[in-house]
Design a protein around this ligand. Structure first.
Ligand code: FAD
Ligand code: 2HG
Ligand code: ZN
Length: 493
């Protein structure tokens, strides 16, 4: 979808068009090679991960330092050139790609670990470090990044902070609002905000770094982060379970919190439809399939539980006794436990691959919502029902635009991922889904963005989760720090 598919979104006439003079200036700052103008090379920066949104930027800049970013932003601000900050471009809400001809500033070349203190666990790094690289670096030092997600091979730690990503271990390590200790960022006028602290406690006035966590590129460009990293667990185990109902999923979560307590590090759920997608995508036999039949068994719900701690014997015993208890009274119908690192990774694949598998038919409309646990899954049923009633959904009939609506997510965080898997990005499907999904969420006092952000997709819908007073406060902050509105326009605010 391009801006032409959204007639209500118009290019802001205040913004300048890129000139040869601008390009010559950019080249003088970052060097010829770091100014990308070739249309083939631009394509990857203009299109998002879902291949859902496509912008028309004419230039991508790849600075190598905070001071180069400062010079670039100062220039763009003075010359009214709109800017899109870009990390690994894995945004699921169209936040990381331009809408019209905004200048893309990629932080890919800011990719150094600056320091790591093994005593305190504080990592300082550039914002363009790929999450998986940060994780590998920390593994060598007995630590773990307090965030993990399926896009770890591509997303950047700066992008994680800009979106306040939640991920698979929020249940254990909490939100980035708690673990980020400091930031370095460049404001739209080129001012460098340096708060790369190592302080766990600092109550001197407003906690300004929080403004950038989840700001989605609207206030400035994050260039460095200081983050508290926990000690690496010495033992990790995964159990993969089949359950007969959603109520049993909730009951299993209640019991896991109580019985597994401090070693519980993830509690993820998946409906059967999502497992069918993952099965087609990976081609692997399902972990709960029988010996002769590799298909996904008939359980309507699946749960992945991860436990991690420092004493393998203790953790194994705790997990075993928990599983015995939930299987004995038939809360859980079937299950398997990882026996080694390879099996552990394979079990995680049945959860982590769903996001990508959902695009298998051509495209996907993704909704990422917080809802009270008892009502969480009914959203998937009501959306599937609505799409069927409108004659838009059929798994078998390829003439229908929607293949299926699947649900999975972070039960432990009250966060549902509803993926409507489509054969094409049809406008009538979007209209059937929006604002319907947001209305359902609002009626249950949920959030229309649990973790992926607002971006372009939800720009018209923020009022479903924020009050008029809150929206005004957000606008006031934006106006104060970005008075010309050059940072990531047409999104968020
Ligand atoms: P981008 O996609 O490049 O950018 C995201 C937003 O941040 C944009 O608005 C951009 O302008 C801004 N931005 C990026 N870098 C900077 C910077 N340095 N300074 C200022 N602004 C910046 N999200 C979750 O919360 N939990 C998950 O479990 C999860 N799993 C995912 C799995 C897959 C397979 C995929 C594709 C995405 C997933 N995401 C998840 C969504 C996504 O938010 C994360 O992948 C990640 O946090 C985005 O990082 P990025 O570097 O790719 O940022
Ligand atoms: C996940 O938890 C991610 O797997 C992605 O947040 C969810 O693709 C999605 O909808
Ligand atoms: Zn998620």
């Amino acid at each position: 979808l391009t801006a032409e598919n959204y007639p209500d979104v118009k290019r802001d006439p205040r913004f300048a068009h890129l000139t040869d003079t601008d390009l010559a200036f950019f080249r003088s700052v970052v060097g010829d090679k770091q100014v990308i103008t070739d249309s083939n090379d631009l394509a990857a920066y203009n299109e998002d991960w879902m291949r859902k949104y496509r912008g028309q930027s004419k230039v991508v800049l790849k600075p190598k330092s905070t001071s180069e970013i400062s010079t670039l932003l100062k220039y763009c601000n003075e010359h009214l050139l709109a800017v899109v900050p870009q990390g690994g471009n894995t945004s699921l809400v169209g936040g990381s790609v331009p809408v019209f001809d905004e200048v893309v500033i990629s932080v890919a070349n800011l990719n150094r670990v600056r320091s790591f203190d093994e005593t305190s666990g504080i990592l300082k790094a550039d914002s363009g470090v790929i999450l998986e690289n940060a994780e590998s670096f920390l593994a060598e030092h007995g630590a773990v990044f307090p965030l993990d997600l399926g896009a770890k091979g591509s997303c950047f730690i700066g992008g994680n902070i800009a979106t306040n990503a939640g991920g698979l271990r929020l249940l254990r390590y909490g939100s980035l609002h708690g673990s980020v200790l400091g930031l370095e960022a460049v404001l739209p006028d080129g001012t460098i905000y340096d708060s790369m602290h190592s302080l766990r406690k600092d109550n001197t006035g407003y906690d300004l770094k929080q403004l950038f966590i989840g700001s989605e590129g609207t206030l400035g460009i994050i260039t460095g982060i200081s983050i508290l990293c926990p000690a690496r667990p010495r033992s990790v185990n995964v159990a993969f379970l089949g359950l007969e109902s959603y109520d049993k999923v909730r009951e299993t979560f209640r019991r896991a919190r109580a019985d597994l307590c401090e070693i519980l590090s993830a509690f993820e759920f998946m409906d059967r439809k999502s497992q069918v997608f993952a099965s087609r995508f990976t081609g692997l036999p399902h972990p709960l399939a029988g010996e002769d039949n590799t298909d996904v068994p008939d359980y309507p719900f699946y749960v992945l539980i991860e436990v991690s701690g420092s004493n393998k014997e203790h953790d194994d015993a705790k997990l075993e006794s928990f599983l015995e208890s939930v299987m004995e009274d038939e809360t859980v119908a079937d299950g398997t436990v990882s026996q080694d690192e390879t099996q552990l990774k394979t079990l995680w694949r049945w959860r982590e691959s769903i996001s990508e598998a959902s695009t298998m038919f051509g495209g996907v409309f993704k909704y990422d919502v917080s809802l009270p646990l008892p009502k969480m899954y009914s959203l998937v049923d009501s959306v599937a029902e609505r799409l069927k009633e409108k004659g838009l959904l059929s798994f078998e009939d390829s003439s229908k635009p929607v293949a299926d609506a699947i649900g999975y997510g972070h039960i432990g965080d009250g966060n549902l991922h509803l993926n409507v898997c489509v054969r094409e990005y049809a406008k009538e499907v979007e209209e059937a889904l929006e604002p319907f999904v947001y209305e359902q969420v609002q009626a249950n006092r949920g959030s229309i963005s649990a973790e992926h952000g607002v971006g372009f997709q939800k720009k018209h819908y923020i009022q479903y989760s924020k009050s008029p007073v809150e929206i005004q406060m957000i606008k006031d902050l934006k106006k104060h720090y970005d008075p010309k509105g050059i940072m990531n326009p047409y999104k968020y605010i």
